[in-house]
Design a protein around this ligand. Structure first.
Ligand code: FNR
Length: 380
């Protein structure tokens, strides 16, 4: 949009601008199964809506007459410089959205220097994605398997393929009650979609009775069963942290006491997330719990947030309330379904442009100046 504003109407966009428009375009293009899979939430969708509404409780209170000619959105995470405080959230089974699957968002993120978090249940393997990304920053998300050999195999492969952090997602040891998917009888995984990391794993393959080519359903079920790790405890998290030199972040934290326990058990970062409202029906909105979690963590480790980020203003509000960075999920998934790599790139570029504009117009020249003073809830 910055480019558009600067060039007048040349280069006017045929692509959607707002995330709502991307969502509506995706609804038209995609079949009901995949669209609803991305779009839906758990139960009545209350948490998904609450995530969005939480951002309306805070307003930005700008300062004026400050020199904002030069603007700097860079942040540092785990010693690496990132051009903007935005990462692509792990989203599994991208083959239901686009034939290039995870390669498309991975390449779009790589070109813009935005870190890409590859899902454990990606259709492309972590090595294929790494190859498409070159030296660009990438993290690997793990649904902690029951089997420690498999855990260790995934961790080693991620290290070897140049992933620089591990995100352990803990809010999904059971799949949430997703009524649209139940209605559509839609679960893509059993036909082998989203199995890229399992079906390329020597440890996983060695434990199958028949190879996936012979019985894809049985192999996929076994992979899903590994992730249904309902016995997972803090001790298990500590075990994972001890197995890898990479920083481990815990994703799915919504309580300050859990954030502290995660810290105690060795994580190097937490991600305040309710999985975009897809898991626990009726759960708290992430922005609502962010301040208490940041207060508990006292800047000892980065606190990231996702679930409901749709605009530059949302990025700013989350940062003002203490987040070190944010993740975007559905916004790029819709764009992937509509326009592949180009769509994802467009969405990221628009997020960057909006965030920069918001920063400048609120009278800040650096993202470091975005603190609690930027937002107020006094006018609720
Ligand atoms: C997800 N999410 C997710 N999280 C994760 O850790 N591993 C995964 O494989 C997936 N898969 C996935 C698929 C789809 C279709 C969606 C929409 C989400 C959750 C994701 O990482 C993130 O937490 C939310 O998407 C953030 O909320 P918003 O931005 O979608 O509101």
């Amino acid at each position: 949009q910055m480019k558009f504003y600067q060039s007048g109407d040349e280069g006017a966009k045929l692509l959607p601008v707002s995330i709502k428009e991307w969502e509506e375009r995706a609804r038209k293009i995609l079949a009901a199964g995949p669209f609803d899979y991305v779009n839906g939430g758990a139960g009545a969708g209350d948490t998904m809506r609450a995530n969005l509404e939480a951002f309306q409780k805070y307003q930005i209170q700008p300062r004026i007459c400050r020199n904002v000619e030069k603007r700097d959105l860079t942040i540092k995470l785990f010693g690496k410089s990132i051009p903007v405080p935005i990462l692509l959230a792990p989203i599994g089974v991208n083959s239901i959205l686009h034939p290039e699957a995870e390669l498309a968002p991975a390449k779009a993120a790589a070109k813009l220097g935005v870190p890409y978090i590859l899902s454990n249940v990606s259709t492309k393997s972590m090595e294929e994605v790494a190859e498409a990304m070159g030296d660009a920053l990438r993290w690997f998300q793990l649904y902690p398997p029951k089997d420690h050999d498999l855990t260790n195999s995934f961790l080693k492969r991620a290290e070897n393929a140049g992933y620089s952090a591990i995100v352990v997602t803990i809010d999904s040891t059971l799949l949430g009650w997703r009524e649209k998917d139940l209605h559509n009888a839609y679960l893509p995984f059993l036909s082998g979609e989203g199995m890229g990391n399992y079906f390329s794993d020597p440890v996983f393959l060695s434990k199958l009775e028949e190879p996936p080519e012979k019985n894809v359903k049985a192999a996929s079920k076994k992979a899903l069963d590994e992730g249904n790790n309902t016995a997972f405890t803090w001790k298990e998290l500590e075990y994972i942290c001890q197995q890898t030199p990479l920083p481990v972040l815990l994703k799915g934290v919504t309580h300050p006491d859990d954030a502290l326990l995660a810290l105690e058990h060795g994580v190097k970062g937490v991600i305040v997330s309710n999985h975009g409202g897809r898991q626990l029906d009726g759960a708290v909105a992430t922005l609502d719990v962010l301040p208490s979690i940041c207060e508990a963590i006292e800047n000892k480790i980065p606190v990231l947030l996702d679930s409901g980020i749709r605009r530059g203003a949302d990025v700013m509000k989350a940062m003002a309330l203490g987040a070190s960075a944010v993740l975007i999920g559905r916004p790029y998934a819709y764009a992937l379904g509509v326009a592949g790599e180009m769509g994802v790139r467009e969405v990221i570029e628009n997020f960057i442009a909006q965030t920069e504009l918001q920063l400048a117009i609120s009278g800040r020249s650096s993202i470091k100046e975005v603190d609690r003073l930027l937002v107020t809830d006094a006018y609720r």
